[in-house]
Design a binder for this molecule. Structure first.
Ligand code: CP
Length: 318
């Protein structure tokens, strides 16, 4: 594998899950693979799980790890070409990227949507420049439009817990006080469609996602109806995608919060969320603390998804 930014890069999903379960059963089986290889993780945005799980995965593979928080201690970076750099940005990404590439073997990048321009976000201008100019294999640690390490961990978690071959999986919008990117729901939809589950998306009108990601999913505006018979409920907030509303909050309606009464409509569904989560906005204390909540297992599987991706990128170096 030469890059990892979307579901297509991982290839056959059943093989990927099989490999993930093998890695999980013996996560130190490949400690020689990463010897004398260096991972550079670059964060334009904050992280808890991605930072720790990816670093742990790299250590399991015997790699050296360097972490750069672009906004803490590094030169402020200009990202647009053609800008007269007479402001506070001291370095251009076009020099910074190949320099960073010269110090490492593999690069992970976290760079969220900025909501300044839909075109800029959906063209993935930051991570695409790393792919083009670093000279190294690049993987996404959440980019503007997708979060594939999270979606891969979600898929592993569903495969570990599903009770039927083709479970009903429901992605539900839930309220949040801040405008959040569509990366997690886009990516989750992309992976659930690729896994060919019975996949339903529910959200208030106005929160329609990019059709490219929705693809064959059923969209149901009645949240209660969507929950009926569900095996997995995956909650997430996102800001509006469509038209002039891009990046805006259209609703903070707490009747969309996932609670025990709605979970009772499901087929004793498991509750999932990528974390961090705003309790009693996205989900009630009762649901997230219930035996059906998979949020901790899901986060733990981030180490596994990262390790499979790094293993394949290391194998691709040869
Ligand atoms: N789910 C996730 O990516 O968590 P962090 O933002 O803490 O990395």
């Amino acid at each position: 594998m030469k890059k990892f930014t979307c579901v297509a890069d991982i290839g056959d999903l059943s093989l990927a899950v099989k490999e993930a379960l093998e890695v999980k059963a013996d996560r130190f089986a490949y400690t020689e693979l990463g010897r004398n290889k260096t991972l550079l993780m670059i964060f334009f945005n904050s992280s808890l799980r991605t930072r720790l799980s990816t670093q742990k995965a790299a250590m399991n593979l015997g790699m050296n790890v360097m972490v750069l928080d672009v906004n803490q201690g590094a030169w402020k970076l200009e990202t647009e070409r053609g800008v007269v750099m007479d402001g506070d940005k001291a370095e251009h990404l076009l020099e910074a990227i190949p320099v960073m590439g010269s110090y490492c073997d593999i690069i992970g990048v976290r760079s969220f949507a900025r909501f300044e321009s839909k075109a800029e976000d959906y063209e993935e201008r930051i991570i695409e420049q790393f792919i083009r100019y670093s000279g190294r294999p690049v993987f996404s640690m959440e980019a503007a439009t997708r979060h594939p390490l999270q979606s891969f961990a979600d898929l592993i978690t569903i495969e570990e817990h599903k009770r039927v071959a083709r479970p009903k999986v429901v992605l539900t919008w839930a309220p949040h006080p801040k405008a959040l990117p569509q990366a997690v729901p886009n990516s989750f939809a992309e992976w659930m469609n690729a896994a060919d589950y019975d996949f339903v998306i529910t959200h208030p009108e106005g929160y329609e996602l990019d059709e490219k990601f929705v693809a064959g999913a059923t969209v149901e505006y009645d949240q209660r109806k969507a929950f009926e018979g569900a095996d997995f409920i995956y909650a997430k907030n996102w800001a509006a995608y469509q038209g002039d509303s891009y990046g805006k909050i259209l609703s903070t309606d707490r009747s969309w919060t996932v609670d025990a009464e709605k979970m009772a409509l499901t087929n004793n569904a498991y509750f999932m969320h990528c974390l961090p989560v705003r309790r009693n906005m996205i989900v009630t204390d009762e649901v997230i603390e219930s035996p059906q909540s998979l949020v901790i297992e899901e986060a733990a599987n981030r180490e596994i998804s990262a390790q499979v991706v790094l293993k394949r990128l290391l194998e691709g170096l040869k």
